[in-house]
Write a protein that binds this ligand. Sequence first.
Ligand SMILES: [Zn+2]
Length: 84
Amino acid sequence: MRLTLDPVTLDPAKHPTAVTVGRLVATGYELEVHCLKCAHYVSKPAADWSLQPGDIVPALDGRFRCTRCGSKETTARPNYYRQG
Ligand SMILES: [Zn+2]
């Protein structure tokens, strides 16, 4: 998955309980990104994506481009099954 440069559209101050990239990095969980078009997905440590600690995970939807099919219809979520 390749990160695109679209801005974050959710204000962290308005979503105080939403999990952030920084939270995943601190707890060691991976972040996974799924393509909604072709079902390709990638899971890797949150620190390995080119993201900011304050980025809200639900706000990452559509910010990646699938490296298999090129679609921007992507969704990101914490991967609580994999912890580094
Ligand atoms: Zn795809």
